[in-house]
Design a protein around this ligand. Structure first.
Ligand SMILES: O=C(O)C1=C[C@@H](OP(=O)(O)O)[C@@H](O)[C@H](O)C1
Ligand SMILES: C=C(OP(=O)(O)O)C(=O)O
Length: 424
């Protein structure tokens, strides 16, 4: 692991970057695979698991509940066992741990006390906890810290949730639902659910495990999902590279006029990050598959974009950084929900990009950016891995950008700073 100063002088691309990179595994796929393995009716292996803070927290949570999770190698083995005992779960700053673990912890016989990082107490989880009470689980509180008391079984049934703040509320209930006596019938009541591709990923993985799921398909009006009660078959998953974490690497090609290939980019995937292909093409990049993976070549001048990122909000920080470097205006819309991510990302991006000279206006549900000369300065990350990605993207194109707490990237990427520096 490279030791990095804080703040970290972001490497500057003084010539076009030419690189082929192998990226670590997907956080979203790894943490779903771990949860499903822990509620399955036999042992399984999660191959090429992402080794990062969020996935270590998930493995630790499942271990405390009673699963045997061996994370020693690249392939993690999970041997499920009935959940039991009075335990504590640290969710850190991982939305997937805070939202996905309580519904399966409902199956335990014992008390589970949840807490996490200071900022995590502000991230919404109340809808999941209210839903669990409605499904027969005893749980107090509406935010971290909260405590759940399991009786060994969960009744399940029908529940109404307002998932307009996070798709993870729905995914969380679906992942556990097959193990409830009556399964689960989840209805959404509220403005459209963001990040729908992540629910599609959940549904696809449940079906791989032999779970019967009825879903409305993707699309803005999606509002009802049902999971039939039944066994969860063990499946050995091979984790794809994290396509959302590919954003800064492909952005490096975009801002330097160079070429970056991400190895093993799947031709078909449920990952939301696949949308980067279309977004970068719209900004003027050449984007295409090669035998090695996905290759992106940057243009002479980056074009601004008018984009609704409602489905792919986790790409917003990297895309906003690119828009700040574009030669025409941009409008990023449909992403009010990213105010509930690791930090209020709209406020943070407006402040930090603005601090380097960007002409950026924060809207209730997005950002407007117009071309402006950027300069160096300190870029704060608010313990948000994707804010650090935004900072290094600008730093590759502009002299003198210092990224504060770049180590926060460890949430989803081991030794990001060392890896990034190796590309220059
Ligand atoms: O289920 C998942 O793995 C995720 C869902 C999305 O959350 P939101 O629906 O809260 O945006 C996404 O932004 C997050 O990074 C990962
Ligand atoms: C929103 C994100 O994470 P989390 O899983 O903690 O919600 C993210 O990684 O962009």
């Amino acid at each position: 692991m490279t030791s990095v100063p804080d703040p970290w002088p972001a490497p500057r691309a003084t010539s076009p970057v030419d690189a082929v990179v192998t990226l670590p595994g997907s956080k979203s796929l790894t943490n779903r695979a771990l949860v499903l393995a822990a509620v399955a009716d036999g042992p399984s292996v999660v191959r090429r698991a992402l080794r990062s803070r969020d996935t270590a927290l998930m493995a630790a949570a499942l271990t405390s509940l009673g699963s045997a999770v061996d994370t020693a190698g690249e392939d993690w083995s999970v041997t499920p066992a009935p959940f039991a005992g009075d335990v504590a779960v640290d969710v850190g700053l991982a939305g997937t741990v805070m939202r996905f673990v309580p519904p399966i912890a409902g199956l335990t016989r014992g008390t589970v006390a949840f807490d996490g990082d200071a900022h995590m107490r502000n991230r919404p989880v109340g809808e999941v906890l209210t839903a669990l009470r409605g499904l027969g689980v005893q749980v107090d509180g509406d935010a971290l810290p909260f405590t759940l008391r399991g009786s060994g079984t969960v009744r399940g049934g029908t529940v109404v949730v307002d998932a307009s703040a996070s798709s993870q509320f729905i995914s969380a209930l679906l992942l556990a639902g097959a193990r409830y006596e009556q399964g689960v019938d989840v209805r959404h009541d509220g403005t459209p659910v963001p990040s729908l591709p992540h629910i599609d990923m959940t549904v696809a993985m449940l079906r791989q495990h032999g779970v019967e799921v009825d879903d409305p398909g993707s699309g803005g009006g999606a509002n009802r999902w049902t999971v039939a009660p039944g066994p969860v078959r063990p499946v050995d998953h091979v984790i794809e590279p994290d396509l959302s974490n590919a954003a800064p690497f492909l952005a490096l090609a975009a801002v330097s006029g160079g070429t970056v290939t991400v190895r093993d980019w799947p031709r078909a995937t449920t990952q939301a990050g696949d949308a980067l292909r279309g977004i970068l093409a719209q900004m003027g990049c050449e984007v295409g598959f090669t035998d090695a993976g996905l290759r992106v070549t940057g243009p002479d001048e980056l074009q601004g974009v008018d984009l609704d990122l409602h489905d792919v909000g986790e790409l917003a920080p990297a895309v906003a950084a690119l828009c700040a470097l574009a030669t025409t205006p941009s409008h990023l819309r449909g992403i009010a929900h990213i105010r509930h991510h690791e930090t209020d990302r709209l406020a943070a991006l407006a402040k930090e990009l603005g601090g380097l000279g960007a002409d950026v206006v924060e809207r209730p549900d997005g950002l407007d950016l117009r071309p402006a000369p950027l300069g160096g300065g300190l870029f704060h990350t608010y313990a948000d891995h994707r804010m650090a990605h935004a900072g290094v993207i600008v730093g590759a194109a502009v002299d003198g950008v210092l990224v504060e707490n770049v180590a926060t990237t460890g949430k989803t990427f081991p030794d990001f700073a060392g890896f990034w520096s190796g590309l220059f």
